[in-house]
Structure formats: C-alpha cells, structure tokens
Design a protein around this ligand. Structure first.
Ligand code: NDP
Length: 264
C-alpha cells in the first residue's frame, strides 16, 4: 500500500534531527518533495547532506528558522512557495520538553513553555494556511506527548502545555474541516532521540551504556513494551496521519508510547 505522497509537498518543522529527521527520510522515500527547518544551520546542513546522499535527485529545501519567530516562519513559508508552489502537508514537530516540578518552575519558565508549545504550532499554521488551502490533500499533524492526558509532576509545565496543545488541535480540526484541512496529532511516550542522548551524556552512572541506560528507564517507568521507541516509529505514524491514506481522519490523537498509556 502506498501513502500516495508522490510529488506532494511536505513541510516538517524541526527536521534536522530525531523524529523530525526520520519523518523527512520517510517522506522522501515515499516520493514527496520535502522542506524542513531547524534553528542550528550546521545541523540543518548536515541533515540535508545526509538526505541528498540517501535520495539522490530528491527535491529538498532546508532553511534555518526558529518557529517562535513569526518573521522567520513567514520567510520559510515564502521559500517553500517559491520553490515548490505551495505545501500540502504541514508537520509541526519542532520543540523540546522541560524537566522541572512545581518548586523548580519559575513564572518565566511557565511563560516560555506555554509559548513554545502554542506558538511552535500557531506560527507555522498561520504562515502555511494560504498554501494548504490551495492543496487537494491538505493536512496539519502535530507532534504531542502522552503528557497531555497523563501529566507527570516532574514535567509540570510541559504536561500542562501539552494538554493545551491537544485541546487546541481538536478545535482546529473542527474549524478547519470546512476548509477541507485535516488536523491530527500523535501522542508520544519516550522515544530515543537527541533529547535523550543529551540526558544520557549527563547520566550519573558512567558505567551504563545506551542500551542498559534506556532499558533501565523503560523498566523503572513501567513501559509495557520494555523499551523506548525508535524515532522511525513515530515518523511512520506522522506520515500516515498526514497522508491521503488517512483521508477520513481528523481530530485524532494517535498513541505512540509502547503501551505506556494508562488511561482508557
Ligand atoms: P530532537 O532534539 O532530536 O529534535 C528536535 C528538532 O526540533 C531539532 O531539529 C531541533 O533543531 C528542532 N527545534 C527545536 N526547537 C526549535 C525551534 N524553536 N524552532 C525550530 N526548530 C526547533 O528531539 P525529538 O526528535 O525527541 O523531538 C521532536 C518532538 O517530539 C519535540 O517537539 C519533542 O518535544 C517531542 N517529544 C519527544 C519525546 C521523546 O521522548 N523524544 C517525547 C514527547 C514529545 P534545532 O535545535 O537546531 O533548532
């Protein structure tokens, strides 16, 4: 079965590493033309070189862009329009989580986390909406976290902001249905990626290797599948929801957590 993405134009925010980069890879493998952004120009260039080597002749565009900067996002959208004529799929993936409990979270941290989770999605949606409205298969797919439904006290601000994003995604799905634009999200558990590599680098037990360290987290946290996810696993869920294969699905939140969901 094909995702029906040949020649379609996909935009992935935060595409230079982790889940975003695996999503870019899968989209290119499916024949889509893909634009992606990130803040760090060097990392972005490295991801472009890697994709060009893996998919010679593929149509790619990268642009350094902070999704919290409205002007930079507008410039990114203009570049996509100039190169490809417009976007069909927008995948909002850029971001990171904040590890802190109530005592450790200052007012400014709450503002920053709320701003990140909200405007990392709103700015790209505003900028790409005119292009999506011209598409014959428009979709918006947001990367969200299981924290939206299952808050964790040690990630208090991220959990609250994730819940707001889930709520916002649902409203947008309903409002944009009239314009033919589907809006969905995925809810992640713990997925191996640069965020976890950074935490691994700061681990207290230096004798633990990556496999032991992630395995111990899975066991301690009670992930039924006994492991963290691989970035290509949420990437497949994202590409499915964003693709015309999911043509009758909007307002959905697809769980990609290895069974870590404890709610019905
Ligand atoms: P990575 O750190 O590997 O990738 C994050 C990507 O987003 C990078 O390309 C980064 O590039 C980019 N990015 C971050 N902030 C911005 C910004 N303001 N503007 C533009 N690009 C940005 O992390 P993951 O792959 O793990 O994370 C992907 C998404 O999944 C994030 O939103 C994260 O919060 C979410 N998530 C991940 C979980 C996990 O366990 N891995 C769990 C729950 C949610 P650069 O730094 O150069 O800007």
């Amino acid at each position: 079965m094909s995702f029906k993405l040949q020649g379609k134009v996909a935009v992935v925010t935060g595409g230079s590493s982790g889940i975003g980069l695996e999503t870019v890879r899968l989209l290119l493998a499916e024949g889509a033309r893909v634009a992606w952004c990130g803040r760090n120009a060097e990392r972005l260039a490295a991801s472009l070189a890697e994709m060009r080597a893996a998919f010679p002749g593929a149509e790619c565009l990268t642009q350094a862009c902070d999704v919290l900067d409205k002007t930079e996002v507008a410039a990114f959208a203009a570049a996509v329009e100039a190169r490809f004529g417009g976007a069909d799929l927008l995948i909002n993936n850029a971001g990171q989580g904040r590890v802190s409990n109530f005592e450790q979270t200052e007012d400014d941290d709450w503002v920053a986390e709320t701003r990140l989770k909200t405007f990392s999605v709103l700015h790209p949606i505003r900028a790409f909406l005119p292009q999506l409205e011209r598409s014959d298969c428009p979709s918006i797919t947001n990367v969200n976290s299981l924290l939206a439904l299952q808050p964790e006290p040690h990630m208090i601000a991220t959990s609250a902001a994730r819940a707001a994003l889930l709520n916002l995604t649902h409203s947008l799905a309903h409002e944009f249905s009239a314009r033919g634009i589907r809006v969905n999200s995925i809810l992640l558990g713990m997925v191996e990626s640069d965020q976890w590599r950074r935490r691994f680098a700061e681990r207290s037990d230096r004798d633990q290797d990556w496999g032991n360290w992630t395995g111990a987290i899975a066991e301690r946290r009670g992930i039924p599948m006994g492991r963290l996810g691989k970035p290509e696993e949420p990437a497949r869920a994202l590409v499915f929801l964003a693709s015309p294969l999911a043509s009758y699905t909007t307002g959905a939140a697809l769980d990609v957590s290895g069974g870590f969901n404890k709610h019905l």
